[in-house]
Ligand binder design. Structure first.
Ligand code: ADP
Ligand code: TRP
Length: 317
């Protein structure tokens, strides 16, 4: 079984990325025969045209991954742009991609609505993502719910390719953890870099405190009973707790735990949970990160080249 996932280097990683994508991927890492984790730097170019920022963000996100526990002995970690086969396969797939399939992509519409330029790259983003996945014969793709449709598009394209040219691709399955399908941001909407409502994973203590203290609540008074199910503080705190602990905390909310205290406790849980990772990040040397990326790219390239041989031969190139 092969597991694969990608992450765009388009800003600081946040709690939603951790629980929606990184943690489920970490859980699979030891179980997979081989896992592939890449930095989707070409995808990031659909929203980022600042070379300095992209260079920095790519490097930062690799450190974040390594600090979070992605182990280069068990996982292949690389930059998407180091493997040119991604864009080559994307082109071939795009010749089979119906416009209507892309027109139905919710993520494209959302992004354009948020003011991101409607470029051909943004529109064909799902085709590049399909190439990312199909190149490595990935069986499982652990992602947050917002990426599910992209994995379905990948399946559609794999079926279309196989029907046209013969069986070349394996159909991947998305893996979505129900209980953390959508991590809410400090304003209660989905946590997202583009909404400015994130709690960063590797921010300074002050940044994290500011974000948590700024979580929006309703106007209930200090000792009023609170509804844990609609409270963003509780929904976030729950991510750090066992079901039993979460139940006990929910009881405290109902018994009138004040929002200020609730936030302080969330902050403590947060800092405790991520302390080891934050220390580990400090300890990573540039040379080590560079080595990981080179070894990762070498292994990824071998797999990608073998797939492209199959593809080229199937299509008549
Ligand atoms: P953002 O919305 O902040 O730009 P990305 O789109 O880069 O995040 O998402 C990277 C990964 O993290 C994807 O697998 C996505 O599904 C997951 N993810 C992002 N935000 C959340 C969230 N609020 N809840 C759950 N998963 C999330
Ligand atoms: N589109 C994904 C996101 O924004 C990142 C990504 C690119 C990806 N290629 C992928 C995720 C392949 C899984 C598999 O989160």
């Amino acid at each position: 079984m092969r597991v694969l996932s990608g992450m765009q280097p388009s800003g600081q990683l946040h709690l939603g990325n951790y629980f929606g994508s990184m943690e489920p991927n970490l859980a699979y890492m030891g179980k997979a025969e081989e896992s592939f984790y890449f930095i989707a730097d070409l995808h990031a170019m659909t929203t980022l045209h600042d070379p300095k920022a992209l260079r920095q963000a790519r490097k930062d996100i690799v450190r974040d991954y390594l600090a979070a526990g992605f182990d280069p002995k068990q996982a292949i970690i690389y930059y998407q742009s180091d493997i040119p086969e991604h864009t080559e396969l994307m082109w071939i797939l795009s010749t089979l991609t119906p416009m209507g399939l892309l027109e139905r992509a919710v993520s494209y519409k959302d992004k354009v609505q948020k003011g991101i330029d409607a470029t051909a790259g943004l529109f064909t983003y799902p085709v590049l993502m399909a190439a990312d996945i199909l190149l490595y014969d990935a069986n499982l793709v652990p992602v947050g719910r917002d990426q599910k449709q992209h994995v379905e598009i990948t399946r559609d394209l794999a079926v279309k390719f196989n029907n046209t040219f013969g069986e070349v691709f394996i159909l991947p399955e998305p893996v979505i953890r129900k209980e953390v399908a959508v991590v809410p941001g400090t304003d209660g909407q989905k946590m997202s870099k583009s909404y400015g409502n994130t709690i960063p994973l590797f921010g300074t203590d002050a940044e994290i405190k500011k974000a948590i203290m700024g979580i929006v609540t309703d106007s209930k008074e200090q000792h009023d009973p609170k509804d844990p199910d609609t409270c963003t503080i509780f929904q976030l705190h729950k991510l750090f707790l066992s079901p039993k602990e979460a139940k006990a905390l929910a009881q405290e909310y109902r018994a009138g735990l004040g929002y200020g205290d609730a936030k302080k406790r969330l902050l403590e849980a947060y800092l405790e949970f991520f302390a080891a990772m934050r220390n580990a990040r400090e300890a990573l040397s540039d040379a080590y990160v560079e080595d990981v990326l080179q070894a990762g790219a070498a292994r990824a390239r071998t797999v990608a080249q073998a797939t492209m041989e199959r593809v080229r031969s199937a299509v008549g190139l």
